[in-house]
Ligand binder design. Structure first.
Ligand SMILES: Nc1ncnc2c1ncn2[C@@H]1O[C@H](COP(=O)(O)OP(=O)(O)OP(=O)(O)O)[C@@H](O)[C@H]1O
Ligand SMILES: [Mg+2]
Length: 383
């Protein structure tokens, strides 16, 4: 920040120079002192100082001046710089103008002419002290406001978190209870295959609950900064192939065909195996989850400059521009809905983004409505 400035205004050049002298006697060269012989000049000086990035801490102005009087000048300055401290120099008879200036320009003090040098020095010392105190208070207040805003946001997130957790856990839990009660009370009337079917429903529902809890724990770990990731140089090809084989089987239930494209037989990236697997799990499962039946999903791995890039391309519904903007936020369930009644918590891509960042990588998406979506992730490779 530029130096704080003080403006002195008086149509008497001798008074102006004695004002300057008194101020220098108190503050030395700490503040920039500007002098003006009338109100209009003072406003010009004021504008120039602001343009040059100075803050004006104090204006000391005479009251009786040609053209613009002191009260009018201080009123105008107050309108733009309410924090600037204003002092007016007056004769004994100007008490009405003082009242007016106190009301409209928040006048700090008036000093009767001729003044006592000790009184004057004390007053400007106090004035500057008040200005600096107010500045400190304003800066604390703005810090408190920021902290308050982030606490409000945290509270909203927590409420949302609780809302989602209770909603998404309650449904599968009540289903589990219903099925378990069914087995307990109707066991004798149920055939073995029926018991197995109901037990499988219980297993499936508990998987959903487990998945949500895992996501919530991941988010918690990420947000509390406790993520512990160790990066190593890893050939990511075998892991991607294993994931591809797993998801190719899963996708068959929706008659979706998965394709895997790799040119080299080794792709060395600086990653953590578990973290990369979690990222790819989310992206591939999304491609299958949001694609209609009978479509194709392509997984490509390539080296682009000194990065390893994975692309997951689907022929699903695609994402609008406004959906794309929210894609990596927390708890975002957007326009595309799962096509095979899969579960959706809206946390997967938020986690993907945080994990990719933790691996010094990047993730982004290209999509056109109705034409499908491609997600890209890139990681540094060992050079
Ligand atoms: N490949 C995709 N094609 C179309 N829409 C997608 C795709 N991937 C994600 N989306 C949209 O983005 C939203 C957020 O995805 P995200 O993976 O974060 O959460 P989710 O899949 O709903 O739940 P989960 O936490 O179980 O992953 C989804 O609800 C969906 O609307
Ligand atoms: Mg997902």
């Amino acid at each position: 920040m530029n130096e704080l400035a003080i403006i002195c205004v008086d149509d008497e050049p001798s008074i102006l120079s004695s004002l300057e002298m008194e101020i220098k006697a108190v503050f030395g060269n700490t503040y920039l002192i500007e002098l003006a012989e009338n109100g209009e000049d003072a406003l010009e000086v004021y504008e120039e100082l602001l343009e040059d990035g100075h803050e004006i801490a104090l204006v000391v102005s005479d009251y009786i001046m040609p053209k613009m009087k002191g009260d009018e000048l201080l009123k105008r300055i107050h309108a733009c710089s309410p924090k600037t401290i204003k002092i007016m120099l007056t004769g004994q008879a100007d008490i009405e103008a003082v009242g007016h200036t106190i009301r409209y320009a928040n006048l700090y003090r008036y000093i009767s002419k001729p003044w006592q040098p000790t009184d004057f020095r004390l007053t400007i010392k106090e004035a500057i002290h008040t200005y600096l105190q107010n500045q400190k208070i304003a800066s604390y207040t703005s810090k408190l406001e920021k902290t308050n805003q982030s606490l409000i946001k945290l509270n909203q997130d927590m409420n949302e978190f609780l809302g989602i957790a209770t909603h998404d856990l309650k449904n599968p839990l009540s289903a589990i209870r219903g099925w378990a009660e069914m087995i307990a009370s109707d066991y004798d009337d149920m055939g073995k295959p029926e018991v197995i079917d109901v037990a499988n429903l219980i297993v499936e529902s508990s998987h959903r609950m487990f998945e949500l809890i895992r996501n919530l724990l991941d988010v918690n770990e990420i947000e509390s900064g406790k993520m512990n990731i160790s990066i190593e140089s890893l050939n990511v090809l075998p892991m991607l192939q294993a994931l591809f084989e797993y998801y190719a089987q899963q996708a068959k239930t929706k008659n979706i065909h998965l394709y895997f494209h790799a040119v080299e037989n080794k792709y060395l990236a600086l990653v953590s195996a578990n973290t990369l697997q979690q990222i790819m799990d989310n992206l591939i499962s999304n491609a299958i989850k949001y694609s209609p039946y009978n479509k194709n999903v392509h997984i490509r791995i390539s080296q682009v400059e000194n990065k390893i890039r994975c692309e997951i391309q689907d022929e699903g519904p695609g994402l609008s521009q406004s959906d794309q903007e929210k894609l990596f936020e927390k708890f975002t369930r957007l326009t595309p809905k799962p096509t095979g009644s899969e579960h959706s918590t809206g946390l997967g891509l938020f986690i993907v983004k945080k994990l990719a960042n933790a691996l010094n990588g990047t993730v982004w998406c290209q999509s056109e409505l109705g034409k499908g979506t491609s997600f890209f992730v890139e990681f540094p490779m060992e050079i």
